[in-house]
Write a protein that binds this ligand. Structure first.
Ligand code: HEC
Ligand code: HEC
Length: 261
């Protein structure tokens, strides 16, 4: 204390105190932040290891021990985290029974396990990643533009109102009325089965957001006409016209005929 008191008036006292404080804060920050990055890297490695375990028990029988593929399933090297998340979160994988197409069902893995499986497959080779919150934020997206893009790129298979439709060889494009924004994004970047891949080159992120906004709007939109008839288009509408409306017209004609007599 005497030592400090004696030097307090020296012109070097304040600057040297400041220098000591700066070194202490800087050193502590560097130590903490490097510990944190090390921790994050560890967490990533743990997810990959856990994913590998889940993979070996649940998926390797069809996709091979190293995801190299087998007679029962394609290789997963390079399909990316987005494809795995899409397939597992919609319950398509693990495949229950061979068929024309993997059907969506109750997911078999929890959200954490799905993320671990995706981390494992992504660690094998680069591929489309799971979309970030920013890529899924369609608040400001243009719904009308999304409608145009949807009719150009998606309606030929999923039908103009997103109700889905039949394809060749027993395959079908499913209805989009239950799809979440994340699943829509992942379907576009991974192109499941006979669906084409819409890379960011063909469909930039902004346009993907517009399509997601449009389909999300369709999912909640009320029916302006009152009766949607399943929103499947001219077939049900025509059928309704032929049966119900023509029956009413014939009934009216008969009624007028009876009155005239
Ligand atoms: C019974 C066999 C079988 C099992 C088990 C299985 N798969 Fe598949 N998987 C397939 C077949 C067949 C396809 C291709 C058919 C299709 O996409 O409809 C496929 C496709 C995929 C695709 C899409 C590949 C691509 O090119 O985009 C992913 C991702 C996938 N499987 C992940 C998994 C994961 C993860 C598991 C374990 C949780 C799993 N699968 C379990 C048979 C299987
Ligand atoms: C050539 C036909 C075709 C086109 C074009 C197409 N899809 Fe698909 N889509 C499919 C098929 C087939 C599946 C089902 C794949 C499966 O079950 O493995 C599918 C699945 C989906 C799914 C998953 C739905 C669910 O229930 O899990 C979404 C979401 C989707 N498509 C969105 C789109 C969007 C958005 C576009 C336009 C940018 C589009 N698709 C263009 C054929 C198509």
């Amino acid at each position: 204390m005497k030592f400090l008191a004696a030097r307090r008036r020296s012109p070097l006292f304040a600057p040297s105190l400041l220098a000591i404080a700066l070194v202490a804060v800087g050193g502590a920050y560097a130590a903490i932040s490097s510990a944190q990055t090390a921790q994050a890297a560890d967490a990533g490695q743990v997810a990959i290891d856990e994913g590998n375990k889940l993979y070996l028990t649940g998926c390797s029988s069809c996709h091979g021990m190293q995801a190299e593929g087998s007679a029962n399933g394609p290789t997963l090297i390079g399909v990316g985290a987005a494809s795995v998340h899409f397939q597992v979160a919609t319950g398509r994988m693990p495949l229950a029974a061979p068929g024309a197409q993997a059907v969506a069902k109750e997911p078999q893995y929890s959200a954490d396990e799905t993320a671990q499986l995706a981390a494992y497959v992504a660690s094998l080779a680069p591929g489309p990643a799971i979309p970030t919150a920013e890529q899924l934020d369609y608040e400001d997206a243009d719904i009308a533009e999304g409608g145009v893009l949807f009719r150009v790129n998606c309606a030929q298979c999923h039908q103009a109102a997103g109700q889905g439709g039949a394809l060749t060889y027993g395959k079908y494009a499913p209805s989009l009325m239950e799809a979440t924004p994340q699943q829509m994004y992942e379907a576009m970047v991974s192109g499941p089965q006979s669906m084409p891949v819409f890379s960011n080159g063909t469909l930039p992120v902004e346009e993907k957001k517009a399509i997601i906004a449009y389909v999300s709007e369709l999912q909640v939109a009320p029916n302006p006409g009152g009766l949607s008839l399943g929103r499947v288009g001219p077939v049900t509408e025509g059928l309704f016209l032929w049966t119900a409306v023509f029956a009413a017209l014939i009934g009216a004609a008969v009624w007028i005929g009876i009155k005239a007599r």
